[in-house]
Ligand binder design. Structure first.
Ligand SMILES: Nc1ncnc2c1ncn2[C@@H]1O[C@H](COP(=O)(O)OP(=O)(O)OP(=O)(O)O)[C@@H](O)[C@H]1O
Length: 556
């Protein structure tokens, strides 16, 4: 604001220089006043430097906090959010969108204030000198402002298009890198290149569209802006000739006109920046506004906290659909009672709803109907953190971090000794192969566990779950990539370890579940059979079909 005020003092000094010094022949004062003008300009520059310095800091700090908040939000969002979004798009929101916001807050926002003040106070000053001449000079300004707002109306959708296509482009690159092995093994490199080229072309078109808008509006805005000083030259010049305006006043008005019109002209550029930041802001806000887990926001106050979970699990007529279509239940009227200490096996065809049971227990999704209870207390009434501590899953798709094996196993546990890590690895039958690696537990594995076999990754994932000392352990096809012999060893070790706790084993192989206290057979989301292995193997039904196929060696 001070810099802007000094900017308005300078034309006044020019008027004094012309009218009171040069016209009056007091040439000895010229160097002094010139020096004073230089001083004013230097002070203005200093203030502008401070503004730039502070603005950059404000922008950076704000975006630092915004980025951290977005990242926190990503950790809190429910699992179904990630069913719909693309990773690359989220990455683009966290990087280039936040960058656009930083640029606007750090630089353009202050320019906005500067321009606004210059226009308002500069115009008032001009009106005070000669209001008629001012109105004539600024005759075209409403048109100029109208054009800049029209420009904003066209450029905003264009910039939104750029941001969206950038998000899609990033998503394509991210997906391609994540699935590069599949791409190569299916010899789909050319197809992928073509797919990328299409998105790249869309991005180019979005950029061209924005450039077209810029190209159409800038010359018109520039022309209108330049006509103002021409009008002043014409009408003001006539007044100077007729003696109704001093030359100094004309110089002052001329400088003020430029001071006012330039920001109006640049208003287009700053609006342009503003719209970019607005488009980015909308995308960031959409992420921040997304509702986090229902359970977290609706936790009842009488939830049991601090009570250790024993491990009794009960499902009563539980139904669940992934989408809004409740006729397509992934799990329908699912009922189960398991006392702590029991092993529950869940088997069934692909897509029959087995993993859905685990998704409900891990709070990834919420049941649409029915009741889930842990130790006789309704799921909703438990503190989610306590549930997370007690119910530990091993997912079907093993995800390991690009860190050492030690760090991967101890992930999620604060204080852990080497002995505990080793103990968990021994139970998961991972210790032997880890020891054989040149750096043992310090071996750093590649991104998503690259560098290890599928079975090795699964065993590390089991060790990672066991170290958390779960009360309820959920194994979702967790030994599918492990050979039958190793699987048997893992299950024997688990039997001992999980005494007094509950284990859910979701599997395709009979060998994974035959020893369970109760085996549940699912088909199309419904329980079609339940009982123990001997019982089920003897009865007609899906279980026996699976058993016969597997024991005859057609499937293993
Ligand atoms: N995130 C999801 N969004 C929409 N539908 C889903 C989602 N996950 C699973 N489904 C659908 O729900 C049904 C049950 O899926 P679920 O993963 O529970 O089966 P599953 O028995 O574990 O299968 P598999 O043995 O292949 O792992 C399937 O029809 C599946 O297509």
């Amino acid at each position: 604001m001070c810099a802007t005020a000094l900017g308005l003092v300078y034309p006044n000094l020019l008027r004094i220089l012309v009218d009171n010094i040069i016209m009056d022949g007091k040439f000895e004062l010229v160097p002094k006043l010139s020096l004073f003008i230089v001083g004013v300009i230097a002070l203005k520059s200093l203030l502008q430097y401070i503004h730039g310095f502070v603005g950059a800091r404000v922008g950076n700090r704000l975006v630092l906090r915004l980025r951290n908040t977005c990242y926190e939000k990503l950790q809190m969002l429910p699992a179904n959010y990630y069913d719909k979004v693309k990773t690359g798009d989220l990455v683009s929101r966290m990087t280039s969108d936040l960058e656009a916001i930083r640029n606007f807050i750090g630089f353009d926002f202050a320019q906005f204030i500067n321009m606004g003040l210059t226009i308002v106070f500069g115009s008032l000053l001009m009106l005070w000198i000669d209001w008629r001449l001012t109105l004539l000079t600024l005759l075209l300004c409403p048109l100029l402002i109208f054009m800049t707002f029209r420009f904003e109306g066209h450029i905003h959708p264009a910039y939104r298009g750029i941001r969206q296509s950038m998000g899609r482009l990033s998503a394509t690159v991210q997906e391609n890198i994540a699935g590069i092995r599949t791409v190569k093994s299916f010899a789909r490199e050319d197809h992928e290149v073509d797919k990328f080229a299409v998105h790249n072309e869309t991005y180019r078109q979005a950029q061209v569209e924005a450039s077209d808008v810029l190209a159409r509006y800038y010359p018109v805005i520039e022309l209108l802006a330049n006509l103002c000083p021409v009008l002043l030259l014409l009408f003001g010049g006539l007044q100077v000739i007729h003696g109704s305006l001093s030359l100094g006043e004309w110089v002052q008005m001329s400088t003020l006109t430029w001071l006012i019109v330039s920001p109006m002209w640049w208003i287009g550029f700053h609006i342009n920046k503003y719209t970019q930041a607005k488009a980015s802001g909308e995308r960031v806000i959409e992420l921040l506004d997304h509702q986090t887990s229902y359970r977290r926001s609706n936790c009842t106050l009488d939830k049991p906290t601090g009570i250790p979970i024993q491990g009794d699990v009960s499902f009563e007529q539980v139904s669940f659909a992934y989408g809004d279509d409740t006729s397509a239940y992934a799990l329908s009227e699912f009922t189960l009672q398991s006392a702590s200490g029991s092993v529950i096996g869940i088997i069934g065809r692909t897509g029959s709803g087995k993993s859905t049971v685990m998704h409900l227990l891990t709070q990834a999704y919420e049941a649409a109907a029915g009741k889930i209870q842990i130790d006789g207390v309704e799921f909703d009434r438990w503190d989610p953190e306590i549930l997370k501590e007690a119910i530990v899953p091993v997912f079907q798709e093993t995800f390991l971090f690009s860190a050492s094996i030690r760090d991967n196993i101890s992930y999620g546990v604060d204080e852990v000794t080497d002995e505990q890590i080793m103990e968990a690895a021994v139970m998961a039958q991972a210790h032997e192969f880890i020891e054989r690696l040149p750096k043992g537990y310090d071996t750093v594995i590649g991104e998503r566990g690259l560098g290890l076999s599928g079975g090795q990754k699964q065993r590390i994932a089991i060790a990672r779950a066991l170290i958390r000392n779960p009360r309820i352990l959920l194994l979702d096809d967790a030994t599918s990539a492990v050979d039958v012999e190793t699987e048997a060893k893992i299950l024997t070790a688990l039997k001992e370890y999980m005494k007094g706790r509950t284990t859910f084993i979701i599997a395709h192989r009979i060998s994974s579940v035959w020893h369970a206290d109760e085996i549940i057979v699912l088909d199309k989301g419904k329980i079609v059979q339940r009982g123990q292995h001997e019982q089920l193997a003897a009865a007609q039904g899906l279980y026996r079909d699976i058993y016969e196929v597997q024991s005859s060696g057609l499937m293993s």
